[in-house]
Design a protein around this ligand. Structure first.
Ligand code: ZN
Length: 284
């Protein structure tokens, strides 16, 4: 229950971050073509790296913006369940101590989102299409993979440099938490509309199957979800964003195939309990 409340607080915090976003949008950005050519490396040096506490602050801001666009589903049992499952998976990772938070969004589309620092959301529409717990574990572990490998931090560095120039972006990131939040709110839309690098998606798939297997689930859960997506018409509105921001399911399955055959074929994990049974457990 505590976790659910925390997520709700994050959702409520949105009311406070709206003006920050508007404020950022109102800036006259001093875009100088020369600065756009600054490299991400240069930017990283100027920001002395986005360290873990900055990563968490940016993630909170992204989570608030995500929840502003798509609110949490009002179902405490389900929110408790997704947090328990998600945290169990995250505890198998190399960053178990991040403030991991999981949530189900009240949205019929099929999608999952991660933010830096460990906030992870799946849509109600995605949950409804899961055949078993191992599939859901596969999806959550893919998102956990993005957090572990700091894919969003990388995207922020690339995006900020291209859009604002290293000096301008670094001046915001280095000032303090308030400026950092303003900066995060300003780049949020761009980051999530563009999606991550293809190679980062493939890496999250590889990390995801390993985490799911370590947690005791069938490692083929994620490939099964990719097969569902493969059979899906990509012009279906509920899937548009996912197909636009990810490599094709066929490419993802091909890349996973080698790893799966060499490492997981002989060690089948669990499909997990039925969702019906789980929800009974969590509604007690
Ligand atoms: Zn992804």
């Amino acid at each position: 229950m505590r976790t659910y409340k925390k997520v709700l607080i994050a959702s409520l915090a949105l009311a406070l971050c709206g003006p920050a976003a508007a404020q950022f949008g109102g800036f006259k950005l001093p875009i100088d073509p020369g600065k756009v050519l600054d490299t991400a490396k240069n930017f990283t040096e100027k920001t002395k790296e986005i360290d873990e506490s900055k990563e968490i602050t940016i993630g909170q801001e992204f989570a608030a913006s995500l929840l502003g666009a798509k609110p949490l589903l009002n179902d405490p049992t389900l929110q408790r369940y997704i947090n328990t499952l998600g945290r169990w998976l995250a505890s198998q990772s190399e960053r178990p101590d991040l403030p991991w938070l999981f949530g189900v969004l009240d949205d019929e589309g099929f999608n999952a989102f991660a933010t830096p620092g460990g906030n992870i959301f799946v849509t109600k529409g995605l949950l409804a299409r899961m055949h078993n717990e191992a599939e859901l574990a596969g999806v959550l572990s893919h998102e956990i993979g993005h957090v572990l490998r700091k894919h969003y931090v990388k995207a922020i560095q690339k995006n900020a440099v291209a859009g604002f120039g290293a000096d301008f972006a670094a001046s915001y990131i280095n000032k303090g938490p308030a400026e950092l939040k303003t900066f995060a709110a300003g780049i949020f839309k761009d980051i999530y509309a563009k999606g991550l690098d293809k190679d980062d998606e493939f890496e999250a798939d590889r990390v995801g199957v390993v985490i799911a297997a370590r947690a005791g689930f069938d490692a083929y859960g994620l490939p099964a979800v990719l097969q569902t997506l493969q059979a899906q018409n990509s012009s279906d509105r509920g899937f548009t964003l996912l197909f636009e921001t990810h490599p094709s399911p066929t490419d993802r399955l091909e890349k996973l195939d080698k790893l799966m055959r060499s490492r997981f074929e002989s060690s089948p994990g669990s499909q997990g309990r039925s969702f019906e049974e789980r929800f009974k457990e969590f509604s007690r």
